[in-house]
Design a protein around this ligand. Structure first.
Ligand SMILES: Cc1cc2nc3c(=O)[nH]c(=O)nc-3n(C[C@H](O)[C@H](O)[C@H](O)COP(=O)(O)OP(=O)(O)OC[C@H]3O[C@@H](n4cnc5c(N)ncnc54)[C@H](O)[C@@H]3O)c2cc1C
Ligand code: SF4
Ligand code: SF4
Length: 357
């Protein structure tokens, strides 16, 4: 039995903010697209982020997902298939023939799209790879004690706790919290030299949420330097310096102490010291997508020296959007997706003209 066939001018892989923004942008230009998401639900990483507003909006960007989901559901030129994975791709005519396979867990309902139920072949003129990046696995930096020293969590784990309204495991109300920045970023020993761009921002927002809920708590920010986010950031940073304790030192390790995790660090020109905390949060960075190699092989997309996907140097008709192309915030990923959508729309228009002109 042959697979059912679908035709779409543009195929978008990935239903995070970048993929959704690309689909919305294309629809507004009058170009139809099919977006496929390998997971049962849309939203990507942003779907796990909670609101970080304290007395005012913290501009974390997470609300943008809700807006994009509504727009994508309303625009008729967008087809969405969830629980769908591209398992084969061949150049064909002016574009690509892509084989899709259903994945486990497909569901329907708000934010879910329509699950792919059978193997399907899809013909397209342009492909946008919006598959996101991977958060660094803190096991790769074992001296920070993740999974070994009680009280050490990754920022993603703290995010999940905050989403449940908790400030630590088992209803804990931590009096002393440490954030360790640049975990899995700017690290020669790991061969990960890039700044992940988002972790200073998310850590400081989380720190302020903690201070908002527990005003007596002390939050320490171990950092090399603080990534700048423009004018609003410049205005906020001096305020944050009053609220939070900034320590310019990259800790050597985190060990188990009698009363919780202890951070070992040395200030410039001083002896190493040990300081105890109730909670230590590792601000994990963003790296290339895990499946970059497989996708690169499928679509011939090139990779940059850090392993992120890049449209430049790859085959015609393959574009990259969002964090798959390098560390980006939600808002930056949306803007980047607009550029990919514009390039894909131009290709579709020029192929149409060439075929009919
Ligand atoms: C710990 C952490 C905290 C962060 N906090 C913030 C913050 O507060 N504010 C902010 O602006 N940014 C933050 N970011 C960055 C933010 O997550 C990214 O900017 C954003 O997720 C990028 O969107 P995206 O659509 O490119 O990728 P993603 O959100 O990762 O979405 C990619 C989607 O593609 C799907 N996919 C992957 N492979 C395939 C495939 N082969 N086929 C089909 N689908 C596939 C995935 O399942 C996923 O749904 C944070 C990042 C991390 C790691
Ligand atoms: S941008 Fe973030 S902090 Fe501001 S309201 Fe939206 S989710 Fe909350
Ligand atoms: S954003 Fe901040 S924590 Fe993240 S890698 Fe850059 S400097 Fe380090």
């Amino acid at each position: 039995m042959t697979n059912p066939q679908l035709d779409t001018p543009v195929l978008i892989l990935g239903g995070g903010v970048a993929g959704l923004a690309a689909a919305v942008d294309l629809a507004r230009r009058g170009v139809a697209s099919t977006l496929i998401e390998r997971e049962p639900r849309l939203g990507g990483r942003a779907s796990h982020f909670c609101c970080k507003a304290t007395d005012a909006c913290a501009r974390c960007g997470a609300c943008r997902l809700g807006e994009l989901l509504v727009q994508a559901a309303q625009l008729p030129k967008i087809s969405i298939l969830t629980a769908a994975l591209a398992v084969g791709a061949q150049p064909r005519g002016d574009g690509w023939q892509v084989d899709l396979a259903p994945q486990a867990g497909g569901e329907t309902g708000p934010g879910a799209g329509r699950p792919l139920t059978q193997r399907t072949t899809l013909n397209t003129q342009a492909v946008i790879l919006a598959v996101g990046g991977e958060a660094f696995d803190p096991a790769g930096k074992s001296r920070f004690g993740h999974g070994r020293v009680p009280g050490v969590f990754s920022a993603l784990e703290l995010e999940a706790m905050l989403a449940q309204g908790a400030l630590g495991p088992e209803g804990m109300a931590p009096a002393k919290v440490a954030f360790i920045q640049c975990v899995g970023s700017r690290d020669v020993s790991l061969g990960r030299l890039w700044c992940s761009r988002v972790c200073c921002g998310y850590a400081l927002r989380m720190a302020r949420v903690i201070r908002g809920l527990l005003p007596q708590s002390e939050v320490t920010f171990f950092h090399m330097d603080v990534q700048d986010y423009g004018r609003a950031w410049e205005e906020e940073l001096p305020l944050m310096r009053q609220e939070l304790r900034f320590v310019r030192a990259m800790p050597g390790e985190v060990v188990s102490g009698d009363n919780g995790p202890e951070v070992v660090y040395a200030l410039a020109g001083e002896q190493a010291q040990k300081e105890g905390f109730d909670l230590v949060v590792l601000s994990v960075g963003l790296g290339p997508p895990n499946g970059a190699l497989a996708l690169g092989e499928l679509f011939g997309a090139a990779k940059d020296s850090d392993g992120f996907l890049t449209a430049g140097g790859g085959p015609a008709g393959v574009f990259v959007a969002g964090a798959a192309a390098g560390p980006r915030s939600l808002n930056e990923s949306i803007v980047h997706a607009g550029l990919a959508a514009s390039a894909a729309a131009s290709r579709v228009a020029s192929l149409l003209e060439a075929n009919h002109g």
